[in-house]
Design a protein. Structure first.
Length: 173
């Protein structure tokens, strides 16, 4: 974008390409995350989301084609996604207790999910406004899955929180 005038479609395409990069990076992160988790239900939830993420990448390719371009872009992650992914990797290394690592993984995944939910909502609105109704439907399908993952992670987290609190005798009641 480099200071040049940007039109609506260019802004939409740049946002879609950034989202494509974010999904691709998350696709690389999740297998490493899964291998470090102790809770079977959490592993299953993240594996399900990894499967969905692979579909999200394909959908974004379709949407970008509908917009007349491809994933392209500069191949760089946005600063926000870089920070979220970096923090997730760091927490995986720092937190040694398996239950607490599971909670840290949930927190980091939900940060990424909330970022994606915001991005997909905006991308859907832009696609619809640009007259790309089919693209808007694809983006809505992905938005629905991202919201479902966020809810599932919240549900999975509740018993893990209880387990961690019971393990930690330093918590005052």
């Amino acid at each position: 974008m480099n200071g040049a005038r940007v039109n609506y479609k260019q802004l939409m395409i740049k946002d879609l390409q950034d989202l494509y990069q974010a999904e691709s990076e998350q696709e690389r992160l999740m297998p490493q995350l899964i291998s470090r988790l102790s809770n079977d239900e959490l592993r299953s939830a993240i594996q399900q989301h990894l499967d969905e993420t692979q579909q999200h990448v394909l959908r974004l390719q379709q949407v970008l084609e509908m917009a007349g371009t491809g994933p392209g872009g500069d191949g760089e992650l946005t600063t926000g996604v870089q920070g979220l992914v970096s923090e997730a990797y760091k927490k995986l290394e720092q937190v040694q207790d398996p239950t607490l690592r599971d909670l840290a993984a949930i927190a980091e995944m939900q940060k990424l999910e909330h970022y994606e939910i915001a991005c997909y909502g905006t991308a859907r609105a832009m696609a619809r406004t640009a007259g790309l109704d089919a693209a808007g439907r694809l983006l809505q399908a992905t938005l629905d899955e991202e919201e479902g993952t966020d809810k599932r992670l919240t549900d999975v987290a509740l018993p893990i929180h209880k387990q961690a609190a019971e393990q930690d005798s330093t918590i005052e009641h």
